[in-house]
Design a protein around this ligand. Sequence first.
Ligand code: ZN
Length: 267
Amino acid sequence: MRLDYFIFILSVILLCSCEFKKIDEQEYENGPGTAQDDDTSEMTNPDVTKDFLLGKFDYRTDSRFVLMDKKWCDKEIYLQKKTYDAFVKMAVAAKKENIDLIVVSGTRNFNDQKTIWEKKWKNNEKKIKNARENTLKILTYSSMPSTSRHHWGTDLDINSVEEDYFKEEKGKKVYRWLVENAHKFGFCQVYSDKNKKRTGYNKEVWHWSYMPLSNYYLDNYVKNISYSDISGFLGSESAKQVDMIKTYVQGIDKSCSAISVESDKEK
Ligand SMILES: [Zn+2]
């Protein structure tokens, strides 16, 4: 009787140790997990991925971006920290000459731009059935998702996006100051007069770009982005038809490309 009891206990111990061994082996075979695929391996700078260039990221959680102090904007606006620092230097200098500079639009990512674009697309679609025509109509006033410079946190709209504001004395004074001084802080009016042999978007006197960063991103965009990358919104297939990259993305004032990191150091 006692021997039977001993054999029973021994069997239970052996069975348990076998089960534990099985679990150990299983864990070992599964390993610590496999690395995620990185589809940005072709890019040389790990911070400048295709998704970044196309605006497919969240600037609210990206460590390069900062929320602007309310003192310098009229709503919640994010910019890249380098753009923000340069803007504040410029705004402080302007204030000494009684010019107030306020940012009314800064970083807008792919999703922000897609919301604006698709609202207009659906509205136009009631009258315009041709995708190319609908695209060209929207491009008069808005940029296409994945092709906007506002994605990069380098471009900002100053004081107003209404032409009337810049026709009045106050607006004229602000614009004159910017034309004379913005380049000293690295900023340039990329959408200048079309008679400067520039293609693409209409003239925007309020839109200024921080060139030491945006020149670099534009260069990377042209080298790495193709029409197959511009997708995920209504009418995206028309990007190629209207030659978005060459005519619009590259359609900036040529003199702006002369403003580089070097000129930023001169300040
Ligand atoms: Zn703008």
